[in-house]
Design a protein around this ligand. Structure first.
Ligand SMILES: [Zn+2]
Ligand SMILES: [Zn+2]
Length: 187
């Protein structure tokens, strides 16, 4: 129990609720024994939800329609890409992107590192190289790539791979639909 991080007392930026914590502008759920959230919903979760719904309906309808006249193998590949896209979207949208939560509580340490570049004055954490503070999420993210509206939060260390798979499969499906449309019109 001694090693268990009591996130409620540990951090000044976290407002307490039993099943859910606000960490900066993000929302954390389902905490591990060390107090770290496994599930993190970003401040722009509404954009994520809307884009997933639009994608599911629009691409689902187009793939269903195209499956009547394309060879079966192409149709199967497109459905595999569609499912891969939705799965990686779900993981990117829900998984903790790598929030930096090792908050300094010792005032001496805070004073020591206050002017150090690796110290974030907002979160009061010491950052590893590559960790950056996001103004939108209002929290430090490990290996922050960018703040993405389609997943509603920052892309960090933990969700880089599913995010790139998501982008790759969207590009693949959009090109596929474009190709089918040109084929249907001109041939
Ligand atoms: Zn920060
Ligand atoms: Zn962000």
């Amino acid at each position: 129990m001694e090693n268990t991080l009591d996130i409620q007392e540990y951090s000044p930026i976290i407002k307490s609720q039993i099943w859910h914590y606000e960490i900066g502008n993000t929302h954390g759920f389902w905490f591990s024994s060390t107090g770290k959230p496994r599930v993190v919903i970003g401040p722009h979760w509404m954009y994520c939800l809307i884009s997933v719904l639009l994608f599911t309906i629009i691409f689902g309808t187009l793939l269903l329609f195209s499956s009547y006249f394309v060879p079966r193998i192409m149709s199967t590949i497109s459905w595999v890409a569609y499912c891969t896209c939705l799965t990686s979207w779900l993981i990117s949208g829900l998984k903790n992107p790598g929030l930096e939560l090792e908050i300094l509580t010792n005032q001496q340490e805070i004073t020591k590192y206050f002017n150090d570049k690796k110290f974030c004055r907002v979160c009061e954490v010491l950052r590893e190289p590559g960790t950056l503070h996001c103004v939108e999420c209002d929290v430090c993210i490990k290996e922050k790539q960018s703040h993405s509206l389609i997943v509603g939060k920052c892309i960090g260390k933990e969700i880089k791979v599913p995010y790139y798979i998501l982008i790759g499969s969207i590009i693949f499906l959009a090109s596929y639909i474009g190709f089918i449309a040109v084929y249907a019109i001109f041939i």
